[in-house]
Design a binder for this molecule. Structure first.
Ligand SMILES: [Zn+2]
Length: 74
């Protein structure tokens, strides 16, 4: 039980570090291409809007938390 908690904490810490060091990840939907082929036509990827990469979910959370904190500490 203790080891499981330790592992979970380590994973969380590793993910947080990843979010801080590498906030952008390659879009999985279009594999970083920015557009996808659909019905024979190339269309801009809706997930990354053609950028081919997007912010990590953890980083978005971090940004949102920081905004809330900033708004609350004024
Ligand atoms: Zn994409």
């Amino acid at each position: 039980m203790f080891i499981a908690t330790l592992l979970a904490l380590a994973a969380l810490g590793g993910y947080a570090a990843l979010c801080a060091l590498q906030p952008f990840v390659r879009c999985r939907k279009c594999a970083g291409e920015g557009e996808r082929e659909r019905f024979g036509k190339a269309r801009t990827c809706s997930r990354c809007r053609g950028r081919g990469q997007h912010l990590r979910r953890g980083r978005r959370l971090h940004n949102a938390a920081q905004r809330t904190h900033h708004a609350g500490s004024r």
